[in-house]
Design a binder for this molecule. Sequence first.
Ligand code: FAD
Length: 453
Amino acid sequence: MTTHHLRPLSPPHRSFWLQDAGARAATPPLGSDITTDVAIVGGGYLGLWTALRLRAAAPQLKITVLEADICGGGASGRNGGQVHSWWAEIDLLTRLVGPEAESLARATCDAIDELEALQTSGQIDMDLRLGGWLWTASSRAQEGAWDGALKGGAPIRPLDAAQIRARTGTDSSYLGVIEDRAGSVHPAKLALGLRALALQRGITVHEATPVSRIEGGAPCQLIAPGGRVRAEKVVLATNAWSAAIRELHPYLYVVDSQIIATEPMADLGLKGASVCDAQAHVLYWQQTPGGRLIFGRGSGRISLGDHLGPGFNRNAGGVAANLEELARVYPGAPPMTHDWTGPIDCTAQHLPIFGRLSTDPNIFYGIGFNGTGIAQTPVGAHILTSLVLGRPDHWARSGLVGLKGRSRLPPEPIRYLGARIVRAAISRRNAAEIVNQTPGALVRYLSTLTPGG
Ligand SMILES: Cc1cc2nc3c(=O)[nH]c(=O)nc-3n(C[C@H](O)[C@H](O)[C@H](O)COP(=O)(O)OP(=O)(O)OC[C@H]3O[C@@H](n4cnc5c(N)ncnc54)[C@H](O)[C@@H]3O)c2cc1C
């Protein structure tokens, strides 16, 4: 039996989405000692989808979600709202799990259908608009970023410069592909909607309940300020904060992504589509139904160890890079009104890992969505549900389960220092490539030294 420590969260900074949805706690903090069958730590998409899938599969179980902040306060309420399947990563998936890759990609398409059904049935109003997901190039180095997906049979089709212009209202990208059954969503409305559904279905949720320690065993004990939870099974759905778990730390590194929102502007013609420009510092945007441009950029800033400081909630100094790109893509864009950041849980193979801790087989985890989670966490929740219930089905046998075959990252501080050097090289390479220049040989070499190559 091992004791696992989790770190306290930094003070929150609310994204445009969370402010727009009027997000606040809807459930009381844990106020006494309780007993439950399954305790889920983390009330983001993964924790809430897992709670809902467990409820559907085993209605007799008592399920309790413990959330340090408010549900959706983490990445789930702060993301870019780009909804797309795993077909874009079919080459990475195939390399890792072989022929199962296609069924995992199809499962994310099913998850998009499920989101649509939740909206059309009136269960969750999440501004889901399946206007397509555009994956584009705005310089020579980005051309063909999607070739691996095309070769893997992804349901994407090419777009030329005129089609991209008509769909985005800018000619900054001139080549690309579109996944038609994809689009955009209001991420915070989705997270809060999942919370409401969980409550309707008899799942107990305690917000403002940071779990500081988990003692493994049978049962496990979770310690939070308001009480102790005895649970037969525990699911860690703590995203980047799972880096504090000793067994997981060697496989998980955390970077941030920075988003800005502008004042409402004229319709760009996106019609609910979202756009991802294939730069090394990935650039992504959508326009809300109210006309705001949501414009995000991966900064590649890495955390030191498991310490996610306040800069992972907001980094005012990082806004300049987004504004510079905004001026390039939409020179006439109105002023920015909101800015925020969020942590991205990354693995060397850029795909998640699910499993149970080797020291404590009653503690399960799902980590490493690598910045793509809206249609992927519902699939992860299927896998976690089968693992928790001990079902010997295809979900539990998925190649995404287990640490075997997954690359370990260097230990700290080598990891942090190395990542800073690589990040500086990537930034320089990106700046050169965006204007069709070739960076120097050293920058080119260093920029390839990312985990997983
Ligand atoms: C800036 C940004 C942009 C992104 N853009 C997209 C996008 O456009 N499309 C897409 O598909 N994906 C995107 N993603 C990824 C997507 O948001 C995530 O993969 C997804 O939200 C992960 O869900 P989660 O439940 O694992 O994590 P989270 O939503 O982060 O949930 C984890 C929860 O655990 C809680 N927690 C942590 N520690 C404790 C503790 N000790 N006790 C109790 N609770 C705790 C946190 O408060 C948090 O609410 C983006 C992510 C970021 C950060």
